[in-house]
Design a protein. Structure first.
Length: 219
């Protein structure tokens, strides 16, 4: 037989249940609202962090454009110290690398490229840094090191032609003509219509003795 409670009995049951479980409810509400507040605070911190990172990057870029490398170093360092996980830190390192090269500070430029190559965000920027580092090492007369860098690639979707051409340039410097021809041909085949410098690749192949087809005759 089902138990039937009058209003007083129901009230007493509710009071008893609250005495036994009330603290848990209150704690749950505290945690829930605290978590929500914490998440909102975290979101706000992210927005502020990105804005601060952009501000540092913007000032640094302007200083570099004005040729004030020494003044830009402070903003660059702030990005690396306080905003290292933002894309602005990686973009800043690429810009600083170029500025170092213009100032004939090659070793520092190499260091910046390696930093982005290993830790850059987003991942696509690592591909750019790797290609630039390989070219710089080649220009510095270090083709073996350049080849090691370019062959240490991970995913390079969208950069296949660029990487193949750099590899071809390195192989030419190493005297590996047949391998260089293969790399240049791969670069040419990877180019989408209207993209890249097909004429330059054709010239590089012709300089290695490859007879290129006369495209005007087939058009």
């Amino acid at each position: 037989m089902a138990e039937i409670y009058d209003a007083h009995e129901q009230g007493e049951i509710v009071k008893k249940w609250l005495r036994e479980n009330g603290s848990a409810i209150v704690m749950g509400l505290v945690i829930a609202f605290g978590g929500l507040f914490g998440f909102k605070q975290w979101q706000l911190w992210q927005v502020n962090n990105k804005q601060a990172a952009f501000a540092e990057f913007d000032v640094m870029s302007q200083l570099l454009s004005a040729g004030q490398l020494d003044a830009a170093v402070g903003n660059f360092q702030n990005l690396q110290d306080s905003h290292s996980k933002t894309p602005y830190a990686s973009l800043a390192a690429l810009q600083m690398a170029r500025a170092r090269l213009e100032a004939s500070q090659v070793d520092l430029a190499i260091g910046h490229y390696r930093q982005v190559m290993e830790q850059g965000r987003p991942p696509a920027i690592r591909i750019v840094a790797r290609e630039r580092l390989a070219r710089l090492l080649l220009d510095q007369g270090q083709p073996d090191e350049a080849l090691q860098v370019i062959q240490g690639q991970g995913e390079i979707a969208g950069f296949e032609a660029i990487y193949a051409e750099v590899r071809g340039d390195i192989l030419v410097a190493l005297g590996q003509q047949a391998e260089a021809i293969s790399a240049y041909q791969q670069a040419l085949d990877s180019l989408e219509a209207g993209a890249g410098d097909r004429a330059m690749l054709a010239l590089k192949l012709e300089s290695l003795g490859v007879i290129m087809p006369d495209e005007s005759a087939t058009s």
